[in-house]
Write a protein that binds this ligand. Sequence first.
Ligand code: GRF
Length: 215
Amino acid sequence: MTKLGVLASGRGSNFQSIIDSIKSGYLDARVEILITDNPDAYAIERAKNNGIPFLIMKPGDYPDKDVYYSAIAGALKERGVELVILAGFMRVVKKPLIDAYPMRIMNIHPALLPSFPGLHGQKQAVDYGVKISGCTVHFVDEGVDTGPIIIQAAVPAYHDDTEESLAERILKEEHRIFPYAIKLFIQGRLRVEGRKVIISGQKKADSILINPPIL
Ligand code: GRF
């Protein structure tokens, strides 16, 4: 059973998808702790509803970011956390936490990286006018959404999409690929070589997405 630590700042629907995946037996894991930087995060309710301990840790309560992320790393290590999940944690994680968990921190981003990193990935995609967008789970390094990519899912984007409608389409896929990425980790199937994540026993499919479809 793999011990997870989840960091979330808001609604926590990805956190919920992980909780549900554990409950259903899809993931052989346990969430040891939810850490949030936001006392109003709905993720806290989800933790309470599922008997998961939580900590509210606000950066303003620490002298600087390094001390803040060292404290987070300490809280995770104290509980034996093996894999850290950024499930809508709206901050750029700093070195002390990354060094404590090298290639052991996963983030989900609502765009097909390296396109549209940073905030509002869905709005960036709508404004740009792409025909395909999606989501990405990647290991976290010191950059903003730059770490080695584990899995991506593509969805169509339409000319009349709003940020909200595209976000909703993407979110459904987030809830599928994040638990799967965690499963691959738990199964010991992920190896990082430079920028590349090598997935042992990976099946290759020829599925393609063309948007608009050629009919
Ligand atoms: C998701 O869109 C995720 O990709 C991004 O932040 C959002 C979090 O949503 N990093 P939720 O809190 O998991 O519902």
